[in-house]
Design a binder for this molecule. Structure first.
Ligand code: NAD
Length: 305
């Protein structure tokens, strides 16, 4: 580590995103105490030098800074404020939530933790599993400025930091805006690609043209070349999680009186993918819904890519 202070950090939730983020923190010289309900996730980290804890409370008994990367808002709520949760820990001073929970849940958790003198740090991330592995995530932080200052060297290990503001929930709203666009790009690009293939276009040529033209977007640049054209459907984010983010986004927009016509259609697409294909399936499978209706598949032709 170069000049940065080594910290004792707790890490709860060691899945697709949590594992690579926790691994990078260990590699940067921080001492990690970890917990996940799935034992094999914990073993992967203890093999790298982390210490295993037995519950969120146990983590919070041992360290001042507890990070979490958990699948759903109600899971984060239970882990943060439940009877065996972070709130009951003896040592914890701040709870850094790297999950996507929406701003309402972030405020609810912040209020509950504040009663015990624990600071909630909203810290949703964007950039996918690849970004988590390379440490190139967009890291959106809202919390009191002194907590941001205390955390920024450690968080810089996982990506580029953006201080969004002090108000609880602001960073979560920022993250939902980003994911609305990510989902929209994937859904709309799926429709365009299926139409082109049905008309006889080569999908690999289509992607090259789109990426050289004005249709270029995060789906045409990353998701199609890496996971859809080769048919691997392994980008690393589940349908159920994308549907959750869109639901949270639409609920917040509605609460603020902001119309989201396009967003409503995109939410329906991911609801369909979740129900028809499965919540655990990769979110790039959303293209399969359009493919089934149209009766064609968007895959690289033999010998290509
Ligand atoms: P995941 O399902 O791969 O990982 C979640 C982990 O949490 C699992 O290992 C699971 O065992 C663990 N867990 C579940 N309940 C628990 C509990 N009560 N206590 C302790 N551990 C528990 O999910 P993921 O893809 O890593 O996403 C995590 C969060 O990050 C989500 O909020 C998601 O929206 C967000 N996110 C994901 C991506 C992505 O590309 N995957 C990108 C940005 C943000």
């Amino acid at each position: 580590m170069t000049g940065a202070k080594r910290m004792d950090i707790g890490f709860i939730g060691l899945g697709n995103m949590g594992f690579p983020m926790a691994r990078r923190l260990i590699e940067a010289g921080h001492k990690l105490t970890v917990f996940d309900t799935q034992g094999q996730m914990v073993s992967r980290l203890t093999a790298l030098g982390a210490v295993a804890a037995t519950s969120p409370r146990d983590v919070a008994d041992r360290v001042e800074t507890v990070m979490a990367s958990l699948p759903a808002p109600d899971v984060v709520h239970a882990v943060a404020t439940g009877a065996d949760g972070v709130i009951a820990g003896k040592k914890v001073k701040r709870f850094v939530d790297l999950s996507t929970t929406g701003s309402r849940m972030a405020v609810r958790i912040a209020d509950a933790l504040q009663q015990k003198g624990i600071v909630q740090v909203d810290c949703p991330v964007s950039g996918g599993v690849g970004g988590a592995e390379k440490g190139t995530l967009a890291v959106m932080v809202s919390c009191p400025k002194p907590d941001y200052e205390a955390l920024k060297d450690a968080l810089a290990v996982i990506g580029r930091l953006f201080f969004i503001g002090e108000k609880p929930g602001l960073a979560q709203t920022m993250k939902l805006c980003n994911n609305l666009l990510s989902a929209t790009a994937l859904a709309a690009t799926s429709e365009a690609m299926v139409m082109g293939v049905k008309a006889g276009l080569d999908p690999s040529v289509m992607i090259d043209v789109i990426n050289a033209g004005s249709g270029r977007n995060s789906a045409s640049q990353d998701k199609f070349p890496r996971s859809i054209l080769p048919g691997t459907f392994d980008f690393g984010f589940a349908n159920g999680l994308m549907y959750k983010d869109l639901r949270l986004c639409l609920e917040e927009a509605e609460g603020m009186g902001v119309p989201m016509w396009v967003g409503s259609a995109v939410r329906l697409m991911f609801q369909l993918a979740t129900v028809e294909l499965g919540p655990e399936k990769d979110f790039t499978t959303v293209v399969q819904c359009v493919e089934r209706w149209a009766g064609v598949e968007v895959r690289a032709r033999k010998g290509e890519r």
